[in-house]
Design a protein around this ligand. Structure first.
Ligand SMILES: *[C@@H]1O[C@H](CO)[C@@H](O)[C@H](O)[C@H]1NC(C)=O
Ligand SMILES: *[C@@H]1O[C@H](CO)[C@@H](O)[C@H](O)[C@H]1NC(C)=O
Length: 173
């Protein structure tokens, strides 16, 4: 997913999917059935609008503080982006309950260092289950300068945006 003319707008479904890894079918909470979720490619100053549609269903599993619970409630944290914690930006106290939707709007800070970051749910009680299960993906903040101004020619020759075919994205869990 790539921003154009300073903005990126998209939606992601959260649901349980059957995902086939070679000969093994696993059952996972995923973004649009994809393991891992799609990469967001953005630039400083961009506006990103993301609607999360939580397709998971009741029942809830309510529990005491600091124990696993709410496996079907979710939210999003943009790990590494220097953005606000007030809604509708990166507020990890947002609860997107089963069947609900929520639209985040992020402004990528003009001072945000170019780099590779990631997004994942950050709901206290279900973060581990959801992140380890496959709900996460990569955020790439591109350097606004490209070519020789941004990096040496031998790196530019194997890098996005002009040579993306050589770009290998690795997300470890
Ligand atoms: C995810 O799936 C929903 C429903 O099919 C679709 O509307 C949305 O565009 C998809 N998101 C992406 C990033 O492909
Ligand atoms: C969570 O959602 C799934 C998929 O809709 C459903 O099978 C399950 O019963 C729901 N509740 C819990 C506690 O897992």
């Amino acid at each position: 997913l790539e921003s154009t003319a300073g903005s990126l707008s998209f939606s992601l479904d959260v649901d349980v999917y059957d995902y086939t890894l070679e000969w093994l079918v696993i059952h996972r909470r995923l973004y649009n059935g994809s393991l891992s979720g799609p990469t967001w490619r953005v630039r400083r100053g961009d506006t990103v609008s993301l609607t999360i549609n939580n397709r998971l269903t009741l029942p809830h599993k309510i529990g005491p503080a600091n124990q696993p619970k709410l496996p079907n409630t979710t939210n999003i944290h943009t790990h590494g982006l220097h953005i606000g914690s007030a809604e509708p930006q990166d507020n990890v106290f947002v609860h997107i309950s089963p069947g609900q939707s929520y639209t985040y709007t992020y402004t990528i800070c003009p001072d945000q260092p170019a780099g590779t970051y990631w997004y994942h749910p950050h709901l206290h009680g279900s973060t581990m289950l959801q992140v380890h299960g496959g709900l996460s993906g990569m955020i790439i903040v591109e350097d606004p300068t490209t070519g020789s101004a941004a990096m040496p020619a031998h790196l530019a020759a194997v890098s996005c945006p002009n040579n993306c075919a050589h770009d290998v994205q690795l997300l470890f869990q």
